[in-house]
Design a binder for this molecule. Sequence first.
Ligand SMILES: [Zn+2]
Length: 108
Amino acid sequence: MMESFLARKAELLELTDPDRIYVENIRSIFNLPTKIAKLLCELAVKSGQFEKRYGVKCPNCSRLIKVYNTLDEIPQNIKCLSCEVLEVDRFEFNRAEFDVVTFYRLRR
Ligand SMILES: [Zn+2]
């Protein structure tokens, strides 16, 4: 399965942002169950094709605030600059409030 996955790398590049590949993208492009798509992504990390990234999403505006290489790098508190600029009541969130989304980056 890994071979066909790599063979379709061009397609992957065409259909997704190579810096932000979500399991959902892999799932729909390759028409796979989510579990298998996730497994493929992890295999791609192990074989050096993908790099894993963690994005912090603002609970207020849903924008991606910042991207980290490891979970340990994610701070306890994070500020959303977009919400701050818009003068929304709350623009600083703690770890329990914000969502962390996992995605992958295609190594080139
Ligand atoms: Zn925000």
